[in-house]
Design a protein around this ligand. Structure first.
Ligand code: NAP
Length: 576
């Protein structure tokens, strides 16, 4: 079931691309069912109305061609038909024609896989190998909108880069329907195809439907982007960084926009769109501050890839991505969000100057809610085989390991949650932990025990083995020093997080001895006008504490900027 919500999102496919697609799961108990049924129906109606509004004035027709194996009862073919059917029900501008793989048109377009979708193939070369389900449903709606309005919503900076590309580029991206990072990167590529259709073509490869192709490329993490078979990016990139990587045909890590780039003003710029940043956005905007949130990667931070959250008050059990969708929808009622845009620098001053990969902001205050990044084991084979069997995200990459044997490393909540998620996907999991007990919460340990997942305690991973992809691990029993070669197809590393403080460090924000941002009780850092909240501050790293810190920081910023009568001690951050 789907729900669509209007968004104030920048870069989401132009004016018309402001709709998000959410998926919902059914309720658990009979008692709740009737009530939920009505709610689901309401949501469906809302979704249809949202789609109708979105596509109402769409001027251009989009011929969609679906190629499928003869007599295919394949669920992916069915799903592709259904998703297209949903869109066709709200706009007459989409025509759907189905062909078998031995049809002349399949030969003409060199199509051998089922299902494969082509969109307006005489104008654009976009090929979708799989069904646009889950996270990819959002991409699909943006694609239709961009084609139907012939408006990609691309930034001026990106357009300039694309204009310099004068030779053909065949882009292939591997995605999974559960990957929250994938839509951002696929949309980047679609924009490039629409803006430069003569030079750029795109093949979207769903790894679950095309496992053999993923194996051939050793693409065991998503998204992975290739140009003419050269890997140019693992993960999602800010739009301009993708365009620069496409131009140079190798991954670019820095893009500084030209001096004529857009300049915007705000009271508060929040860096980071996780629970802390989004909550701060809601509180700051409701206090009256003109607030923006900038996020370089997937909105929601770590929560976006958390399979299941069971300790967020009010929601007994909610998928991490679903919780993020709720938080984002709520935040969008109040603030403008700039996704896929990386903050490069912050210059302190009376008005702080914030440079992103796309534009410049000036603001009276900045909140650093940059979260945390996963830790590495730092062992032989880890970086060499990253994306080829070494993974940090079971939500994204888990489906590719269905039926295979993998190790999850770690003994905390993350490791146990990842192990349970992989087990539920149908992966054969072994949890490897260096101590004789786990530190995960009792509740999770009980679930682990009940699922009969094998646990190897007192064991460390010394080496990751394999040439082009993970083939095994060298394990050591740390009680007797005995080593063994343990054959596996993958390793999921879940050994905690380090604070993401690179930007803070560059700006001159002081860190404490543990590497977290040093701050006072009102979330002020050592630099006037710069505040912090969430996992960059250390402490208990829970979604609910991050949200709490975000709200506190936003209220403190409001009081510092506005000097309300109820505060005796005033602190003018712009004059410190
Ligand atoms: P964590 O609690 O810090 O646990 C990290 C685990 O990895 C520990 O067991 C640690 O071993 C092990 N480890 C660390 N470095 C290692 C290395 N080099 N080699 C082998 N093992 C290593 O991290 P986390 O599990 O990611 O959790 C982080 C935070 O997120 C926690 O506050 C957690 O509560 C929260 N979280 C909550 C949930 C939930 O509520 N469902 C889910 C995920 C995360 P030692 O025990 O020996 O130190």
């Amino acid at each position: 079931m789907v729900k669509l919500k209007k968004e104030k999102m920048d870069g989401g496919g132009g004016e018309t691309g402001r709709i998000r697609l959410h998926s919902f799961s059914g309720g658990k108990t009979m008692k709740k069912k009737d009530h939920q049924h009505t709610r689901e129906e309401e949501k469906l109606r809302e979704a249809e109305a949202g789609l109708q509004e979105m596509f109402r004035d769409m001027p251009y027709e989009i011929p969609v061609l679906l190629f499928a194996r003869k007599n295919a009862k394949d669920p992916f073919v069915q799903a592709a038909r259904e998703v297209i059917g949903v869109i066709r029900a709200v706009t007459p501008k989409i025509t759907l024609n189905e062909y078998e793989l031995d049809h002349d048109l399949a030969r003409k377009w060199n199509i051998v896989r089922s299902p494969t979708l082509l969109f307006d193939p005489d104008r654009t070369r976009i090929r979708w190998m799989g069904a646009p389900l889950g996270e990819e449903g959002k991409t699909f709606i943006q694609l239709i909108s961009m084609l139907g309005f012939r408006n990609s919503g691309i930034s001026d900076q990106s357009r300039k880069i694309l204009a310099r590309i004068k030779t053909p580029r065949k882009v292939r991206i591997f995605v999974s329907v559960t990957c929250p990072y994938c839509p951002q990167q696929v949309v980047n590529i679609i924009k490039a195809v629409i803006e430069n259709p003569r030079m750029i073509s795109l093949e979207i490869v769903d790894i679950q439907v095309n496992q053999d192709l993923a194996e051939e490329y050793h693409a065991h993490s998503v998204p992975q982007t290739y140009v003419d078979d050269v890997l140019i990016a693992r993960g999602a990139q800010p739009e301009e960084l993708f365009m620069a990587s496409l131009e140079k045909m190798e991954e670019q890590r820095i893009f500084i926009p030209d001096s004529d780039a857009e300049k915007l003003e705000a009271d508060l710029v929040i860096v980071g769109g996780g629970p802390a940043g989004l909550t701060a956005g809601i509180y700051a905007a409701r206090s009256g501050l003109d607030t923006v949130v900038i996020e370089g990667e997937a909105l929601g931070g770590q929560v976006a890839t958390t399979p299941m959250v069971e300790n967020y008050p009010g929601l007994t059990q909610v998928g991490g991505k679903r919780l993020v969708d709720l938080l984002v929808s709520h935040a969008l009622e109040y603030v403008k969000i700039f996704p896929g845009e990386e903050v490069l620098s912050i210059v302190p001053g009376k008005r702080l100057r914030i440079q992103t990969t796309r534009r410049r902001f000036t603001a009276r205050a900045v909140l650093l809610a940059t979260g945390a990044v996963h830790k590495h084991l730092d062992i032989d084979g880890e970086s060499r085989l990253a994306g080829s069997g070494v993974s940090y995200c079971s939500t994204c990459d888990g489906p590719l390991f269905k039926g295979k044997k993998v190790v999850v490393v770690g003994g905390g909540n993350s490791a146990v949650t990842e192990a349970l998620n992989l087990h539920h996907i149908g992966v054969q999991v072994i949890l490897v932990h260096r101590r004789d007990t786990l530190r995960a919460q009792e509740h999770l340990q009980k679930a682990l025990f009940e699922s009969r997942i094998e646990v190897k305690l007192n064991t460390e991973v010394k080496k990751i083995l394999g040439d082009k992809q993970v083939e095994g691990l060298e394990l050591i029993d740390n009680r007797d020093g005995k080593t063994e070669n343990f054959p596996v197809s993958g390793i999921f590393i879940a050994i905690g997080y380090d604070p993401a403080v690179e930007l803070a460090r560059k700006t001159g924000v002081e860190l404490n001895e543990d590497g977290f941002i040093r701050h006072d009780g009102r979330h002020r850092t050592n630099i006037a006008g710069i505040y912090s909240a969430g996992d960059v501050e250390g402490g208990f790293k829970q979604i609910v504490t991050a949200a709490g810190q975000g709200s506190e920081a936003a209220l403190a910023i409001f009081e510092d900027l506005s000097h309300p009568y109820w505060k005796n001690v005033k602190r003018d951050v712009t004059k410190d």
